[in-house]
Design a protein around this ligand. Structure first.
Ligand code: HAM
Length: 432
């Protein structure tokens, strides 16, 4: 990944963005394939929504009081003066789509997964960008605790298979909106009685969003919050029961977690279960993926009452945390390189190249004007297992790059066969 501004001349990509250069894309693609495998097996269908939506969707969906809506949205007006915003997250858009396309008429729950770009105007740093990619999964139309547990387990499985190390899972329950309103009042009173000990920033947010005090790293605030009343201790009986059921299912599945009453998520739509995976392999931006229940969101956006649960994980953070891991490793089949020796060999060489592709081989041809020696060096650097040398007059020669043996092939078909024997397994056998 090449971050913006590291180039030498000319135009630069905007701050907080990055380019994925050729040669760097394999781990990203592989992560997408792992997500597809993990999620589709569990019945989640791939879905997409637009990269921009009406600004109102996020104001109503994500919440007016959140940092995202207050200061992190890329908002603009189109030529017709309509307020639009580059999506900062995916859940609101899928709830909009659920309502717009009457998906409550389908068998419930409707399960979907997605992968794509998201945009937040945050201060860029390692693992934090203004355009980043998320992989996410949502299940709408059921409040069954098994759906919460399933959602969490699927994210755990994705992160495990991606090779993310040093993972921690934090879990909590926020209860219903009504419980939270009552609790927020209690917390406000608690904070107001200790205004002299807490940070300026937290003090300024007592009215708007007192729960954010749990996010503060300010020492005085930390000490105060350690003694603060906890929302998990204020849950209504049916919410406490729901949370216990989710925990029991995770226990049965053998997934380790810690109940963290201080877990606050940066979005306002959550109800009941919330969770977050962090990796100590990352620095300050340790959140790899998180989510929870949002039982009121569909209704808030004008749809029928529809309980739902889901998560999203940051692609760049997964790749950072999995560095040195398995992602983007050898694809299995070795490259076959077609070397050109002398005038007039290009047409024959191209014929060999296309025959190799038709046979399913991974193959490239000399296109950089290199000398015969330079071509072998280039083939070796590119990891070629076999080279087919074409000279435009005689039959093709097939070179084993490990033993350096060369064999003359009677014709193109034979050359393809020999080279594939040397380069080993076929792509079909080595897929995944
Ligand atoms: P979120 O926690 O805001 O949740 O984002 C999910 C993940 O996206 C984070 O854990 C992080 O890995 C990644 N991420 C967020 N912001 C950035 C950034 N600026 N740069 C790089 N990575 C970032 C949501 O977005 C919810 N929609 C999740 C959800 C789905 N809840 C229910 N369903």
């Amino acid at each position: 990944m090449a971050t913006a501004g590291s180039g030498e001349r000319g135009l630069r990509a905007p701050r907080g963005t990055f380019d994925v250069l050729p040669g760097e894309g394999a781990p990203r693609r592989e992560l997408g394939r792992i997500a597809e495998d993990v999620l589709e097996r569990a019945g989640y269908g791939y879905a997409e929504t637009p990269a921009f939506e009406s600004t109102e969707l996020f104001a109503r969906g994500v919440g007016e009081a959140t940092d995202i809506v207050q200061k992190e949205m890329f908002s603009f007006e189109d030529q017709g003066g309509r307020p639009l915003t580059l999506r900062p997250e995916g859940t609101a858009g899928f709830c909009r789509a659920y309502v717009e396309h009457g998906m409550h008429k389908r068998p419930q729950p409707v399960k979907l997964w997605y992968q794509g770009p998201f945009f937040r105007h945050e201060a860029p740093q390692a693992g934090r960008f203004r355009q980043f990619a998320q992989i996410g999964a949502e299940a709408l139309g059921s409040d069954d605790p098994s759906l919460d547990a399933e959602s969490i387990l699927l994210l755990a499985e994705l992160l495990r298979r991606a090779g993310v190390g040093e993972l921690r899972l934090r879990l909590s329950s926020l209860g219903t909106a009504a419980t939270r309103r009552e609790y927020a009042d209690e917390l406000r009173a608690f904070l107001r009685a200790r205004e002299d000990q807490i940070s300026e920033e937290v003090r300024a947010r007592i009215e708007l969003n007192p729960l954010r005090a749990f996010d503060s790293a300010h020492p005085g605030t930390l000490a105060v919050m350690a003694r603060a009343p906890k929302l998990v201790e204020r849950l209504a009986p049916e919410d406490a029961e729901h949370f216990a059921a989710v925990r029991a299912l995770l226990d049965d599945a053998g997934l380790a977690y810690e109940v963290d009453p201080a877990l606050v998520r940066g979005l306002d739509y959550y109800t009941r279960t919330v969770f977050e995976f962090t990796s100590d392999a990352l620095g300050a931006q340790s959140g790899v993926g998180g989510g929870g229940r949002y039982d009121d969101l569909v209704e808030r956006l004008g749809g029928p009452a529809t309980p739902a649960v889901g998560w999203a994980a940051g692609v760049e953070r997964i790749l950072l945390a999995a560095q040195g891991g398995r992602l983007g490793g050898e694809s299995g089949d070795e490259l076959i390189f077609v070397a050109l020796d002398g005038e007039g060999s290009e047409r024959d060489g191209f014929r060999v190249l296309t025959a190799l592709w038709r046979a399913g081989a991974r193959a490239e041809m000399e296109q950089g004007g290199r000398s015969a020696k330079g071509q072998l060096k280039h083939a070796s650097r590119s990891g070629a297992g076999a080279v087919i040398v074409v000279d435009g007059t005689g039959p093709p020669r097939v070179r084993d790059m490990r033993t350096r043996d060369e064999e003359i092939a009677s014709d193109v078909e034979r050359a393809v066969e020999l080279a594939r024997d040397i380069a080993g397994r076929t792509p079909v056998e080595t897929a995944r």
